[in-house]
Every structure is written in C-alpha cells, then in structure tokens.
Design a protein around this ligand. Structure first.
Ligand code: HEC
Length: 76
C-alpha cells in the first residue's frame, strides 16, 4: 500500500513496526481515531502539510487512497 511513504515517520498499521526513521509523527491508528481529523482535514493536510512533516507532492489519486487507508483503521 501507498503507506510505505509514510513509515519513516508514522506507524502505519496495527502491529506494524517502524521501518527506519523515528516515530516523529502520530501513528495512523491514532489519526484515524481522532474526531478532529475529518476526511476534509486529511485531504487538506496531505495536499499541503505543515512542518515538520514534509510536502510529499502527492497526486490527488494518491491522497484519496491514503485517506481510504487511514479511514479503514478507524475503530468502530
Ligand atoms: C518526514 C517525516 C514524515 C513523513 C514522511 C510523513 N509524515 Fe505525517 N507527520 C509528520 C509529523 C512530524 C507530524 C506531526 C505534525 C504536527 O504535529 O504538527 C505528522 C502529522 C501527520 C498527520 C496529522 C495531521 C494533523 O492535522 O494533525 C497526518 C494525517 C499525517 N501526518 C499523514 C501522513 C501520511 C499519509 C504520510 C505518507 C504519505 C505522512 N504523513 C508522511 C511527519 C511525517
């Protein structure tokens, strides 16, 4: 999944260990569970992230895939 771009800074899924970098970003499960982070907010963030997260120059389709992936981690 496209989440491989994110593993250097985020824990992308349950039971997954960090690939290389440090855990500077919040784990995706935590992002998914945060009611303040709506789909709209995520879309805006990924199109134009704020420091310290780098702008990854994602295409619109990539952003939609990532949002769908993060959504899938949301606890019900
Ligand atoms: C180089 C490190 C790095 C990479 C790579 C990275 N992030 Fe982040 N990300 C961060 C940091 C650091 C924060 C916390 C920013 C803050 O709290 O201001 C963050 C925060 C976030 C947030 C929360 C935004 C919010 O409003 O609180 C989301 C969502 C996110 N990242 C998604 C992603 C996705 C999806 C990818 C892969 C496409 C990715 N990140 C790749 C470092 C990174």
């Amino acid at each position: 999944m496209a989440a491989r771009w994110c593993v250097s800074c985020h824990v992308p899924g349950p039971g997954m260990k960090l690939g290389s970098g440090t855990d500077v970003g919040p784990p995706f499960a935590q992002i998914a569970a945060d009611p303040a982070l709506t789909e709209q907010r995520l879309r805006g963030w990924l199109a134009d992230p704020n420091p310290p997260m780098p702008n990854l120059n994602l295409s619109r389709a990539e952003i939609e895939d990532l949002i769908a992936y993060i959504r899938g981690l949301k606890p019900r």
